[in-house]
Design a protein around this ligand. Sequence first.
Ligand SMILES: Cc1cc2nc3c(=O)[nH]c(=O)nc-3n(C[C@H](O)[C@H](O)[C@H](O)COP(=O)(O)OP(=O)(O)OC[C@H]3O[C@@H](n4cnc5c(N)ncnc54)[C@H](O)[C@@H]3O)c2cc1C
Length: 424
Amino acid sequence: MAVCRTYGDDEMNIAVVGAGIAGLAVAVGLDQAGHHVTVYEAADKVGGRMSSVDLGDYSIDNGFHVLHTAYPTVKRWIDLEKLDAKPMDPCTVSIDPISGRKRIMGDALKAPRYLFSTLKAVGIRDGMRFLKWRTQTSSKDLERSLDSASPDIAMGLEQRRFRPSTQRVLKPLFTGITLDPSLSERFSFADFTWGAMAHGRMVVPRKGIAAVPQQLAGRLTQATINLDTKVDSVSQHHVFVNGEQVEFERVILATPQHITEELLSGYANPHDPIERLTSTVVFSSPAPPFRQARLLLNERWGEDGRKVLHIHTPTNLHPSPGGQHFVVATLVGADAMDPSPQQVQQELKSWFGAQVNNWNHVLTTKVRHALPHIDPSHHARALPELEFDGVYVVGDHRAHPSVQGALSSAERLLKHFETPFPQR
Ligand SMILES: Cc1cc2nc3c(=O)[nH]c(=O)nc-3n(C[C@H](O)[C@H](O)[C@H](O)COP(=O)(O)OP(=O)(O)OC[C@H]3O[C@@H](n4cnc5c(N)ncnc54)[C@H](O)[C@@H]3O)c2cc1C
């Protein structure tokens, strides 16, 4: 058995299993407070689900991923300026591939230029419903809605009585946010994301979303990060790895929901989570199909075999140094299991016409277990338990499926350890 040295009263010898954003935040906090931190990460790089694919002179994210500047934790932990993070257009555009009609909906309080197009897109009544929804969100306490019971998103959208044509935009929007075609996430989470969109910007770093966890990892001073090191199991004072049992004073598990359930026998999940699966099919094109940094939602997604949920063009936001243009199509659920680039390209011809013939398939990404599934009957911004059989647990599955959820779970643990949040 390998035994790690123990230290003085103030310094503990701590293992963090998993170097996603939650594990890294905990590691940075404990490291800067003087503890001796050893991070174990199964992958060959840090970042977990915030990952990007390096194409040489450009990085494409592993799934459409933005950072919300309204997240309180992002303000505390991430230096967006250093990441050269740029905002997407504060609007959503949808397309009906049958008629070719596009609709532009934006937050007119934030960007008055979208008032007319939004009213034209959804009508005055739904425009007023959007406004009411916005005024119910709180910029001071974005997560407030999560403290109350709510139906699931599918039911919540029905209850808000949006017109069917507005639902054709909201359903793919929230499917894209929750990566859940059944819209079974709590409606209070939809409220939270609606508030995040209303009270901040959606930004993407120049080098892709992976630059965010990399920035955190760069703040570690003394900690050891073991990459390519898959932990087999954990207990209150031990990590079992590479056939060895290593001893620690504290063990923190920062793995995704499904792995946490495997590694911790005492971790009882009261419900059966739904796996959330997403793929992107990435094409290079001689010219972008549109010029703005926007998400284009498919109003007919799921009808007559239409599988593309939305597309975006990352090079409209951060141009590639080589002048290439990338078009990224997102699929979710069963459609994302093994998408055919040819079929996706064929489908997108009904969106953009013959120009699609000139696109070349560059890569396909797939993320399994992309987001956790929190018990829909749960109503609080975090699940109550911090530890299971003496092992501390952090990650988005302890709060809600977002970067804010992951970082707030890390902050909760640091508070429990009476460790100040590090200065960024
Ligand atoms: C495609 C996609 C798009 C998203 N878009 C958004 C968005 O726009 N806005 C938003 O707020 N959130 C978004 N999210 C959610 C957000 O990325 C996650 O909530 C957050 O990254 C979760 O961080 P985490 O640290 O809890 O878990 P993870 O990032 O999953 O980190 C866990 C780490 O544990 C490691 N690990 C697993 N098993 C072991 C083992 N046995 N031993 C050692 N290490 C192990 C993993 O390799 C991983 O690095 C998106 C997620 C995905 C997948």
